[in-house]
Design a protein around this ligand. Structure first.
Ligand code: NDP
Length: 281
């Protein structure tokens, strides 16, 4: 039987309605959630991402602040602006769109954001909180993947999850979140020999490599849940993920499509973290 699709668009809509209700309750108490998005330079893709984030904020009833600067903004000026936003009570989340121009150190910038407002969950302190099982903000993409996995109704306790990819923004936090949910977790990466040896044992596979066809049907255990984080293009220029969707949907029990799976969840979890940040104040 072909796998059930895990619909990231439908789940996003449901979660965004819940977030909007929480935002309305906060606004009624005079504490409208506020997200500041900073963009430096004129990278066209970054402008599209920022536009989507601003629109999502407005749709959810948030206060949305877009700070746009020319590419020659100095690092000191950016750090000063972040300090001001850290102190601004109308702002509960701060996001700096990457990439930044070369003369600005992205690490310095991320670390300048108050942990209380680090709704991307990218700072070293937020990563440490996740590692220690504390209540910090979880990076949005892996957090969204967890929601997609939970939506299948699976109990992760004792299940074997394999994460392919070990980036700081996706692979590593994904593995920690699965571990917190009591899965047994294996992390694979580009130096893993015989990837299939691990994935064939997995009840859940999360693929986050940015390489097409990293996972094929012969590498998947029948009935497994497959989450595809990748965003790639095929020879025809069509959007596709990291997994061979057509083949794997005949083997897996559940699978996320690309587009329409993990993608829509990332902004949704940014909204979730921001409303949470406002509730904590
Ligand atoms: P990175 O390039 O930072 O990391 C990729 C990881 O995959 C690395 O750990 C790398 O291993 C590993 N890898 C690469 N090739 C292979 C392979 N053949 N076999 C096993 N492991 C491999 O990417 P990100 O984590 O930032 O993103 C991954 C993908 O997810 C990208 O396509 C990105 O566009 C997409 N993405 C999608 C989002 C969404 O909202 N849908 C959000 C964020 C990312 P090593 O460490 O050894 O190099």
């Amino acid at each position: 039987m072909p796998a059930q699709l895990i619909d990231g668009i439908a789940l996003s809509q449901k979660l965004r309605a819940e977030i909007a209700a929480r935002a309305a309750a906060l606004t009624a108490q005079g504490k409208q959630p506020g997200l500041a998005v900073i963009i430096v330079g004129d990278d066209p893709a970054s402008h599209v991402y920022v536009r989507n984030k601003v629109k999502a904020c407005e749709d959810a009833g948030f206060y949305s602040l877009k700070d746009q600067y020319p590419a020659d903004l100095s690092e000191a000026a950016l750090l000063e602006r972040i300090a001001a936003l850290n102190a601004d009570p109308a702002i509960h989340g701060i996001l700096v769109q990457m990439p930044l121009p070369k003369h600005i150190d992205p690490h310095k910038v991320i670390e300048a954001i108050s942990t209380k407002k680090d709704v991307d969950g990218y700072s070293v302190l937020s990563a440490g909180e996740l590692m220690a099982g504390l209540d910090g903000f979880r990076p949005c993409t892996p957090y969204g993947c967890m929601k997609l996995i939970e939506s299948t109704g699976v109990n992760l306790r004792g299940k074997h999850a394999v994460v392919i990819g070990r980036s700081n923004t996706v692979g590593k936090p994904m593995a920690l979140l699965l571990l917190q949910a009591n899965a047994t977790v294996t992390i694979c990466h580009s130096a893993t020999p015989d990837l299939g040896l691990y994935t064939r044992q997995a009840d859940i596979v999360v693929a986050a490599t940015g390489r097409r066809n990293t996972l094929t049907a012969d590498m998947v255990k029948p009935g497994a849940i497959v989450i595809d984080v990748g965003i790639n293009r095929d020879e025809a220029g069509k959007l596709c993920g990291d997994v061979d969707f057509a083949g794997i949907k005949e083997v897996a029990s559940h699978i996320t499509p690309v587009p329409g799976g993990v993608g829509p969840m990332t902004i949704t979890m940014l909204l979730m973290n921001t409303v949470e940040a406002a509730e904590r104040t």
